[in-house]
Each structure stands twice: as structure tokens, then as C-alpha cells.
Design a protein around this ligand. Structure first.
Ligand code: GLC
Length: 477
């Protein structure tokens, strides 16, 4: 099996969010199944050229209706596996990963077409084109339109993975036109979506998947489908949900270098050390009887930071302390800071990216609040469980698929609430705070969460099966 794997991010080279983790980890997991997967990302200016070893493997031209643009193809080794980087004038137009929607559409369309061209120029014929999100959807559309006339691509099937449906590539019409990617004429799509990268990809991909089974169902409804539910429902026989995995070596409380003391499932007492040091450094109460609640998140409307803060305000009569870590939307950053100054003796809002502190929060906090309004998969609930921090999650997408509610199931691993609003969250936190006082039961909750296998192994196997199915269907055409 040969897989051409296209994404806008790939950790550790280029990462903004969960997409970067997935596009970094999944190819490595697939390689363990003997699959020849070649991940491609744009060669952003923010990637430090002196930090990595680079081989220039090819230079090509990307043709478009009015001319052609040069692209350079580099290869580098990251943790022992190959990643390809594509450079060219559009990519270098800005420094970082994401910028203005129009500029980005231009960069990512160029990148997507260049990657296809690079595979062909290298004489490496992929069985599957695996694209992720709107950024690389134009490759799927291009393949759909050209494989009948180009024997090189005849047997290549496409899979489009959706990590976040509302980000569809709006504003990219001119860029698509520039590269000759004309609108799709598909009545299942609303008019506004017919010339937008992600919807066009969803209409033309052989297979579609999302990053959890729950989200795969949700995007077929008006509530979560953002206007694309008619198309997605019509294509449901070609829609799958495959849960993301976790890099269980990078996230391991028995070896994590950031922690003052390591711990394992059958001895959770050393968790106190991380907690004590952290609370002391933040000037909070170190008494272990006071439950420590936390939130580690991008500050985005999706993540429900406002719901968490409102619920804690509703619960001021209860005993708790709270640490929030993250950056993002300036309004939400201000709200978080405001909450800290209203409750200086029990709340801290730390507005930055801090991997070291994040690891200590996972290790030292009692509960992680994850009240997302929607969550295609989510990573923090998995890391929390692995570190013995009990998740309190909204019943949506991947959160619902990975956390079992303890109130309704004695084998539960956390607390799951719905409908998603602050009243329901308030009540759920209240239940959790009550449960926290029963130390023995709380230990059970922590241990069951720590017992779950979130490794990439299972996801990679499911992707392998889906690749095989897509490939064999394509070969019969
Ligand atoms: C997006 C989604 C998140 C998912 C991640 C990786 O960031 O919002 O739920 O875990 O992609 O698939």
C-alpha cells in the first residue's frame, strides 16, 4: 500500500492544534503496519532550516490555466520517518502556518497540486490520496476530475478526513479559480458551498472520515452539519468515524520528565507532589482536601470556556480551586483573566502555551473540565485519563466516545453531561465534587481511566482496513 498523505500541519515541525498531532503520529503508526506512507506538508518559513537535515529530492512545475509555478520538494527525517516539505513562492508569502483566508487558500491549493505533481514526478504511484481538512481538499477534487484522463492516477482512491467541519476554506474562491479548480455542480450542496474547498472535497472524495464515530454521526444532522448535512447524509455509506490515538510514549506519567515524581496506576500518591509544587508556585491553597479543577485548551468559542467559568461562579459556595491554561480569542482571554481577578484566592488563568505546566496540571489536578460545544475527537480527555485526572465532558463527538459517565454507569471513567449548557455543567460538577469526598471510589474512577488503551495501534489498523477497501473498490472501476 502506498499512501500520499497531505496535511497543513505535522508535529513537531508545524503544529497549531490537534491536526498537527494526528498528522505527525498517524503516519508513523501506519508504517508499523508495513504501509509506505509519505506525509507532505508546506515548507513554512517558520520551520527552522538549520534544525533539520534536508534533501532536495525534486523540482517541479505546478501548471494552472494561465501559467505555471515552480515548487521545490525536500525530504527530511523526523523521529526516523520521512516527511516531505514543499516550497514555492506562494508558501513563502507569509511566515507562519495560517494567515489571511485568501492568502492561505492560495498557498494550500498550490501545495495540494504540487504534492500530486511531486508524486508523479517521482514515479511513485499512490494507491490512496489521504487528504485532511479544507487545506488539502483541492487535491481530492483535482484527482476526481483528472484520473479518467491520466492513466497515472487511474487507480488512486481518495480519502478525506474531517478534523473540524466548520472550517471549510471560505474566501478561497479566487484561489481555486486561479488554479483551475472550478465549482462543483452538486445539488446536495447549498449554493454557497459549491465553490469552497472542504464541501467540494466532501462531494468528490471516494471516502470520507471524521476523527470519532460520534462526530461522524453528528455531522449528518442540521445541528452539527453546518449546511452540509444533506450531502453527508446522502453519502453516509462512504462516511466512517475513526477515533484518533494518543502518542502513549510522549504522554506517560511513569516516565514524563516534566513531573517532580513519576506515578503509576497502582500507586497514585506521588501525584500529590506535582500538585503541591504547582499550587505553591501559583500561590494557591495546597490542602489536598480542596478539589483542584483545571482546563487546558485553546481559548475558542468551541471549547466552552465561558460555560466553565459560569458554572464555577454558580458554585462559589462549594470548595474548589481552578487553573486554566491556554491562549486564543482575546475576548475569552480577557474573560479568563477577569475570573482570576474576581477570585484571586482560588482561580488562576495562565494565558500562554506551556507544555511543562500542562503536564503538571494533568498530573496534579483532580478534574479536567472539557465542556466543548462540539468536539470532533479531542485529545485532552485522553491525556487526562492517562494521568489520573478525571474528565468532566460534554456529551458530544469524541468526548462521548472516550469517556463513560460514572453517575449512570458504575464502571464509568468520568462525568458526561448533556444538554451542553452551564446549568447542566454546574450540576455535573456538583456531583463530581460530592463524589470526590469518597476517596476509594475516586481512586476507582482514576484507575479505570488509566487502564484504557488509547494508543495509535487501533486507529492505524482501522485506517489500514479503510485504505484497503477504498483501494479494492477503485481497482474494480
Ligand atoms: C481538531 C478538532 C479536535 C480533534 C483534532 C484532531 O482540532 O477540533 O476535536 O481532536 O482536530 O483530529
Amino acid at each position: 500500500m502506498k499512501i500520499l498523505f497531505l496535511a497543513a500541519e505535522s508535529a513537531p515541525l508545524a503544529k497549531v492544534g490537534g491536526l498537527g498531532d494526528v498528522a505527525g503520529d498517524l503516519p508513523r503508526a501506519l508504517q508499523n503496519f508495513g504501509i509506505d506512507v509519505r506525509p507532505f506538508i508546506p515548507f513554512y518559513r517558520s520551520i527552522n532550516r538549520s534544525d533539520i537535515e534536508l534533501d532536495l529530492v525534486d523540482d517541479i512545475f505546478v501548471d494552472y490555466p494561465l501559467g505555471s509555478e515552480k515548487a521545490l520538494i525536500y525530504r527530511t527525517l523526523i523521529n526516523g520517518s520521512k516527511t516531505y516539505l514543499i516550497d514555492g513562492e506562494p508558501i513563502g508569502a507569509v511566515n507562519g502556518i495560517y494567515s489571511d483566508p485568501q492568502v492561505d487558500a492560495h498557498r494550500f491549493t498550490f501545495f495540494s497540486l504540487a504534492a500530486l505533481q511531486a508524486a508523479k514526478s517521482m514515479g511513485w504511484k499512490p494507491d490512496i490520496l489521504h487528504a485532511h481538512d479544507w487545506h488539502t481538499s483541492s487535491a481530492v477534487v483535482w484527482l476526481n476530475r483528472n484520473r479518467d484522463s491520466d492513466p497515472f492516477w487511474k487507480n488512486t482512491a481518495s480519502l478525506l478526513t474531517v478534523h473540524n467541519l466548520p472550517y471549510m476554506g471560505a474566501g478561497g474562491e479566487d484561489a481555486l479559480d486561479y488554479y483551475g479548480i472550478e465549482a462543483v455542480d452538486d445539488e446536495r450542496l447549498p449554493g454557497w458551498a459549491r465553490h469552497m474547498a472542504l464541501p467540494m472535497g466532501l462531494a468528490t472524495a471516494d471516502w470520507i472520515n471524521t476523527v470519532s464515530p460520534g462526530y461522524a454521526q453528528e455531522i449528518q444532522t442540521p445541528e452539527f452539519g453546518h449546511g452540509l448535512e444533506v450531502l453527508i447524509t446522502d453519502r453516509k455509506d462512504y462516511v466512517r468515524g475513526i477515533l484518533n490515538g494518543l502518542d502513549i510514549r510522549r504522554w506517560d506519567p511513569t516516565t514524563d520528565k516534566a513531573l517532580p515524581k513519576h506515578f503509576k496506576r497502582d500507586d497514585l500518591n506521588p501525584r500529590q507532589e506535582a500538585r503541591f509544587a504547582m499550587l505553591e508556585a501559583l500561590g494557591l491553597d495546597t490542602n489536598p482536601k480542596v478539589p483542584l479543577l483545571a482546563m487546558i485548551t485553546r481559548l475558542d468559542h468551541q471549547k466552552g470556556v465561558d460555560l466553565a467559568i459560569q458554572s464555577l461562579v454558580n458554585l462559589t459556595k462549594e470548595d474548589w480551586q481552578f487553573i486554566l491554561l491556554g491562549t486564543g480569542d482575546p475576548n475569552l482571554e480577557a474573560m479568563a483573566k477577569g475570573f482570576e481577578s474576581d477570585y484571586p484566592d482560588r482561580a488562576r488563568s495562565i494565558i500562554r502555551y506551556d507544555d511543562h505546566l500542562a503536564r503538571n496540571i494533568y498530573a496534579g489536578a483532580d478534574m479536567m473540565l472539557i465542556p466543548s460545544r462540539y468536539e470532533p475527537c479531542g485529545l485532552t480527555q485522553m491525556i487526562s485519563m492517562r494521568y489520573g485526572c478525571v474528565p468532566v465532558v460534554a456529551a458530544t463527538g469524541g468526548l462521548k466516545d472516550t469517556v463513560t459517565d460514572y453517575v449512570s454507569n458504575p464502571q464509568g471513567t468520568g462525568f458526561v453531561f448533556s444538554p451542553i449548557n452551564s446549568d447542566e455543567l454546574t450540576q455535573t460538577i456538583r456531583n463530581a465534587l460530592t463524589m470526590y469526598r469518597d476517596k476509594r471510589r475516586w481512586r476507582g474512577l482514576q484507575r479505570r481511566g488509566m487502564n484504557i488503551d488509547f494508543s495509535w495501534q487501533q486507529s492505524a489498523r482501522k485506517y489500514t482496513e479503510l485504505y484497503q477497501q477504498a483501494h479494492s473498490e477503485r481497482s474494480q472501476k
